[in-house]
Write a protein that binds this ligand. Structure first.
Ligand SMILES: Cc1cc2nc3c(=O)[nH]c(=O)nc-3n(C[C@H](O)[C@H](O)[C@H](O)COP(=O)(O)OP(=O)(O)OC[C@H]3O[C@@H](n4cnc5c(N)ncnc54)[C@H](O)[C@@H]3O)c2cc1C
Length: 595
């Protein structure tokens, strides 16, 4: 949470982008509330593979739990999310990607003038410090990265991972032999193909670059900046001015006691796609019917709050056991504590080894490449969506139209295959001493829409999260085609040469019915939850306007992934940094015009 020009503090991956940019002006004072700990100088955060120690550890991870998923045999899922300074930029897998041009331009088509690819790229460049790899590394991975499309002066350091698994390289060659193009600059707005991703790693120190190292620590001594950790924002304190809601402060809990902090200007929520809607609803901003049911005073009836939630749902991964002499680097040996200790020493002393390896083999593919039945699948579902049109809000209908247009275009991606050097399956045991290589198919533009809403007026209670995984049959159909395609890659050279057998799910899962049943029980979140406070016109179920201001309010803004109204075919951190850079510009120009 960020407040500009605080008046009184009796009392947060908020985006430090905003505070770093705003506090450049000494007349603006900014306070940040972060619910989690500071985690400064923490090896679990700074070591590139440190995320393995963070996932599932409540010190670092909110571990949100979904409600039982109707379309997935009522299973419940964990959505991991960074808790502490830097939010998920401190626990993510470090891949640095940009969406395709069409996905960014869709923001304009959805009613947000000015949010086009050209402006997006300028904000991306503002956040990036791209360190080009050595020419031999670039040549080995077929990468060019033309100057001009990349930022070199920004705070977030982006570089080639020091260690790229030979498994990733073999997968890339196998895809190439299947006719998939190897992209030489996947940050250019064209992502259909396969490549070796860059990562948010400082190449000199081999440590994570996150919003804390990039935007907070360099400015921590500014007198006009206040950061309070362990401070849980409960609600926005509001007043009313001629029918417009004015945010005047935040009620929060720190050290078990309740406090309030007041702002002279703006209140900016950056609590992520799960908790930013929660704070709105607890403040009386949301769907009147939901608020009244649980006894929260309605300050602003805004039915879009908490709806339109979208998630890059992923199939857990097809894991292949590697031949003993494959020579492929994987994380599997780190299960042996003695081996892990040696690798730790190698990392600590020489900044080398498995602790510098992050997932970097990325592939984005259209349905037409995944399946020869693409046209029939698309037309069948187009018909169903049309028949059900009366069930959807105007905003969802508009999104579905754009999605169908995308699906019919054989150039645009609908599925990502993530190379994972290690075991990731959910069936069968890992065999001691064995190494594995997994392929993780992930949906790029799900048609399913979920929600997140409070079920109690008690701020201590987490909201009810219902991502409605695979609610739309088309999502399941694309996932099944992606599973089959990923599995088929094991028959392609050179992958075939290094694989001993499919370890998970295994050959017994082969009939259409068995594959569907298995996929249904083997899904996960990719932690890219978005859309729950969508930037859309108010009449389309929108929550924020193109200036990131909540409709019907004077000064409440949102600057996190919750505002993205339609999922994008990429990982999401670069998108969030660009949103935050834009938010800072919006605020600075408004403040400037008042001076
Ligand atoms: C495990 C994992 C792996 C990922 N891998 C990648 C990757 O490789 N590449 C990529 O591009 N993206 C990746 N992502 C996604 C990316 O990191 C996120 O999309 C992005 O960080 C979201 O930013 P945000 O600001 O919307 O929310 P967050 O980063 O979640 O920040 C929200 C912040 O608000 C705080 N907060 C929440 N509630 C409150 C409250 N009530 N009061 C005060 N503070 C509060 C939280 O503690 C947190 O610090 C990954 C995410 C995860 C979780």
């Amino acid at each position: 949470m960020v407040f500009a020009n605080i008046r009184d503090i009796s009392g947060k991956q908020c985006h430090f982008v905003i505070i770093a940019r705003l506090t450049e002006d000494p007349s603006i004072t900014v306070a940040v509330l972060e619910a989690g700990p500071a985690h400064l100088e923490d090896p679990a955060i700074l070591t590139p593979t440190g995320f393995t120690g963070q996932l599932g550890n409540k010190e670092y991870d909110w571990m949100y739990q979904t409600v039982p998923q109707n379309h997935l045999d009522n299973l419940q899922y964990i959505i991991n999310s960074g808790r502490g300074l830097g939010g998920s930029s401190s626990m993510n897998f470090l891949a640095w990607t940009r969406p395709p041009r069409e996905d960014i331009d869709a923001l304009v088509a959805l009613g947000n003038p000015g949010w086009d690819w050209e402006s997006f790229i300028e904000y991306c460049k503002k956040s990036e410090r791209f360190v080009p790899g050595a020419p031999d590394v670039l040549a080995m991975h077929g990468q060019k990265y033309e100057q001009g499309t990349l930022g070199t002066q920004g705070p977030v350091t982006v570089s080639f991972p020091k260690l790229v698994s030979r498994g990733d390289i073999a997968l890339r060659s196998s895809l190439k032999s299947k006719g998939i193009p190897v992209l030489d600059n996947a940050l250019s707005g064209q992502v259909t193909g396969t490549w070796c991703s860059v990562a948010t790693i400082d190449p000199e120190t081999q440590t994570r670059s996150n919003s804390v190292t990039a935007y907070l620590l360099p400015h921590i001594d500014r007198p006009n900046l206040v950061v309070l950790t362990g401070a849980v924002a409960n609600s926005i304190i509001t007043t009313d001015s001629s029918g417009t809601v004015v945010g005047s402060g935040i009620a929060f809990t720190h050290d078990g006691a309740k406090h309030e902090v007041y702002a002279e200007r703006d209140i900016i929520l950056c609590a992520g796609a799960i908790q930013s809607p929660k704070i709105h609803e607890l403040s009386g901003i949301g769907d009147r019917r939901i608020l009244e049911r649980i006894g929260v005073d309605v300050r602003l009836d805004l039915p879009g709050v908490g709806n339109n939630l979208q998630e890059h749902i992923t199939y857990v991964g097809i894991s292949f056991e590697l031949k003993e002499d494959s020579g492929v680097e994987t994380w599997d040996p780190l299960r042996d504590p003695a081996f892990a200790a040696l690798e730790r020493e190698l990392y600590d002393q020489h900044k080398e080894g498995l602790f510098t390896m992050v997932p970097s083999g990325l592939t984005f593919l259209p349905l037409q490449i995944l399946s020869e039945n693409a046209a029939a699948i698309v037309e069948r579902h187009a018909k169903t969506l049309q028949e059900k049109a009366h069930l959807y809000t105007p905003g969802t209908l508009l999104q579905h139209e754009l999605q169908l247009e995308n699906l019919r275009n054989p150039q645009l991606p609908e599925c990502e295959l993530i190379a994972f050097p290690g075991f990731r399956g959910n069936l069968n045991e890992v065999q001691p001493g064995r190494r594995y290589f997994s392929i993780v198919p992930t949906l790029c533009h799900p048609f399913s829409r979920g929600s997140v809403h409070i079920a109690s007026s008690d701020p201590e209670k987490l909201p009810q999260i219902d991502p409605c995984y695979l609610q739309q049959d088309i999502d399941m159909d694309i996932m099944v085609e992606a599973f089959r395609f990923a599995r088929s890659l094991a028959n392609e050279e050179p992958l075939r040469e290094i694989i001993a057998k499919e370890a998970c799910p295994g050959e017994e899962i082969s009939s259409e019915e068995a594959i569907r049943e298995h996929v249904k029980r083997s899904c996960k979140s990719t932690w890219h939850t978005c859309g729950s406070l969508s930037m859309l016109p108010r009449e389309c179920g929108g929550v924020v306007d193109p200036q990131l201001k909540v409709w019907g309010t004077k000064n409440i803004r949102i600057a996190d992934l919750s505002i993205v109204p339609l999922q994008v075919a990429s990982h999401t951190q670069a998108l969030v940094y660009s949103i935050a850079e834009r938010a800072a510009d919006i605020l600075k120009s408004e403040i400037g015009s008042l001076l």
